[in-house]
Write a protein of this length. Structure first.
Ligand code: ZN
Length: 184
């Protein structure tokens, strides 16, 4: 649908032309939206209504998130959320994963696909953890040549150039069907 959604308070019609339908109100002159949604006009019954758009799902404590690492910072990194409990999420939300000891050890690299668990929402920021065996990197590539890597203890080794680098791997690393992993 190419139509821009109506926002709460947006004028969608004038009262001479339409009656208020679901998710609309009448301010005496205009019919306005009371929600974020798509406006529809029932021309036969002269009713304006708004179909409310679903709010993007926000993860709660304990939810398993799969996403890609978007930024590395001191002692933490940002993850762009792709899946919450196995369901695709298009919210564009990011969460922050605490990574104590990350200065000494490489836990993940930007663009790695990673599984983390939500801990809490603090000051509007979602915090997650990577410190459980099944949490960690699910998919990564060689940082030198972009080649395919295999797990080697607490590291990954490139099968093309032999480069070895540290990672906090998930116990599910190497299972390319990672989309289904967080749903069970
Ligand atoms: Zn390589």
């Amino acid at each position: 649908m190419s139509q821009k959604p109506a926002l709460p308070g947006d004028k969608v019609a004038i009262i001479e032309e339409f009656e208020t339908g679901p998710n609309t109100f009448d301010d005496g002159q205009s019919i306005r939206s009371s929600v974020v949604g798509i406006t529809e006009f029932d021309k036969a019954n002269r009713i304006a209504k708004i179909t409310e758009l679903k709010k993007p799902a926000v993860p709660k404590a304990g939810d398993i998130i799969i996403g890609n690492v978007s930024a590395l910072m001191n002692n933490m990194f940002a993850i762009n959320i792709l899946y919450i409990n196995g369901k695709a999420n298009h919210s564009g939300l990011e969460c922050i994963c605490q990574a104590k000891g990350a200065k000494k050890r490489i836990l993940a690299r930007v663009s790695d696909i990673i599984m983390i668990k939500m801990i809490c929402l603090l000051n509007g920021v979602m915090h997650a953890t990577i410190s459980e065996p099944e949490l960690g990197v699910l998919f990564t590539q060689c940082n030198k040549c972009g080649g395919k890597v295999v797990a080697l203890g607490g590291n990954v080794k490139c099968i093309d150039c032999g480069y070895i680098e540290e990672r906090k791997l998930s116990t599910k690393f190497g299972n390319s069907d990672f989309i289904k992993l967080s749903s069970n």
